[in-house]
Ligand binder design. Sequence first.
Ligand SMILES: Nc1ccn([C@@H]2O[C@H](COP(=O)(O)O)[C@@H](O)[C@H]2O)c(=O)n1
Ligand SMILES: C[C@@]1(CO)OP(=O)(O)OP(=O)(O)OC[C@H]1O
Length: 158
Amino acid sequence: MKIRVGFGFDVHRLVEGRELWLGGIRIEHSCGLLGHSDADVLIHALCDALLGAANMRDIGFHFPDTAGEYKNIDSKILLRDTVKMIRDKGYQIGNADITVCAERPKLNPHIPAMKKCLAEVMEVDEEDISIKATTTEKLGFTGREEGISVYATVLLQK
Ligand SMILES: Nc1ccn([C@@H]2O[C@H](COP(=O)(O)O)[C@@H](O)[C@H]2O)c(=O)n1
Ligand SMILES: C[C@@]1(CO)OP(=O)(O)OP(=O)(O)OC[C@H]1O
């Protein structure tokens, strides 16, 4: 069996007047993430980790932010299509481990719903998706609540 690791990282800016979408679910917050799509930064990092493990470039290569068809798109659609691409190349998903850097809101209460949602979209067990949250102790752009960043690692098997 061939085992391959992939890593993804993404950042989106927090602004007023946008909904906050994270891990496929909407979270009540005073501001939301800015992007061409719904700006679900967690899903974008996860897509990049999946694509990286399969050596299939990155999210912007497959879903360019210059294309009207992706304007305000639900990132769950991008994740579903990414998973299809990597399965078509013969890979199975082993597990994903994701860390969200956000000063606010508290994400722990939302993590079970995110895991359930992502597991459904990816057609994997919830047990195979780990999501963790950390502040950056008020340091840097995440600490100043200017944005949210996400790191994702996945393991694929062939
Ligand atoms: N947006 C966040 C950030 C953190 N958490 C949880 O709080 C714990 C402590 O955070 P530190 O940054 O002080 O280490 C962290 O381990 C998470 O469990 C959260 O829910 N939402
Ligand atoms: C998702 C896409 C496409 O709508 O746009 P954004 O929401 O701007 O996200 P980003 O992570 O900057 O890049 C990937 C994109 O091409």
